[in-house]
Design a protein around this ligand. Structure first.
Ligand code: HEC
Length: 164
C-alpha cells in the first residue's frame, strides 16, 4: 500500500473507528481525534500486530513531540494509537485502539505509572492495567520497558513517519 493509499484508507475508516472505540466510554477513545497528531501518515507497526497506526497525544503530553528529548512525561499525559489492518486480499478493517495514560506517582511501580489499555473496534476493553483484564495487557509493559529508563517507556515512531 502506498502512503497515499494508507491516508485514504484511514480517512475512509476514521468515522467508524471513532464510533466503535467511543462505545467504551474511555476518555481517550472518545476524545483522541481532538488531540494533536504526531504521525505524518499511517505506518506499519510490527509490534502492534503489523497494523497501520497513527499516534496522537493530548495537550498535557505535548512533550511527546520532542521524541528522543521528551524526557519524563507528566501525569495526565494521554497517548492514543488507533489502527487498521489489511488482509492479503486487500480488505481493510478497523483494528484496536492502543492507549497509554500517565497516572499519578505510585499508580503502578512496575509500569512506570503508565496505564496501558487496549480497546477493541466494537468498544469492548480487552484489558487495562490494574483494572479488568490487567493480565492481558501486561505484555505491553514488558516491551515498552525495554527502552532506557530516561525515555519513560516511550518507544517512539520511525523517523520517516514523524511530523516535524
Ligand atoms: C513488542 C513490543 C511492543 C508491545 C508488545 C507493545 N508495544 Fe506499543 N510501541 C512499541 C513500539 C516499538 C512503539 C513505537 C513505534 C511504533 O509505533 O510501532 C510503540 C508505541 C506505542 C504507543 C505510542 C507512544 C510511544 O511509545 O511512542 C502507544 C500508545 C502504545 N505503543 C501502546 C501499546 C499498548 C496499549 C500495548 C499493549 C496492548 C503495546 N503498546 C504493546 C512496542 C510495543
Amino acid at each position: 500500500m502506498t502512503e497515499a493509499e494508507a491516508v485514504a484508507v484511514f480517512d475512509c475508516l476514521v468515522k467508524d473507528m471513532q464510533a466503535g472505540y467511543a462505545k467504551s466510554d474511555h476518555d481517550v477513545a472518545v476524545n483522541f481525534l481532538s488531540y494533536r497528531i504526531y504521525s505524518r501518515v499511517p505506518y506499519v507497526s510490527d509490534t502492534h500486530g503489523g497494523r497501520y497506526v497513527h499516534n496522537y497525544a493530548n495537550e498535557v503530553g505535548k512533550a511527546y513531540g520532542a521524541f528522543e528529548q521528551a524526557g519524563t512525561l507528566p501525569a495526565g499525559t494521554q497517548l492514543a494509537k488507533p489502527s487498521f489492518g489489511v488482509k492479503g486480499n486487500g480488505q481493510v478493517s478497523v483494528g484496536p485502539l492502543f492507549v497509554m495514560e500517565k497516572m499519578s506517582a505510585g499508580f503502578n511501580e512496575d509500569s512506570g505509572d503508565w496505564r496501558y489499555t487496549m480497546i477493541m473496534p466494537n468498544g469492548s476493553t480487552f484489558g487495562t492495567t490494574d483494572g479488568a483484564g490487567s493480565d492481558k495487557v501486561e505484555f505491553c509493559i514488558g516491551c515498552h520497558l525495554s527502552v532506557t529508563p530516561d525515555q519513560d517507556s516511550i518507544m517512539l515512531m520511525p523517523e520517516e513517519a514523524r511530523i516535524n
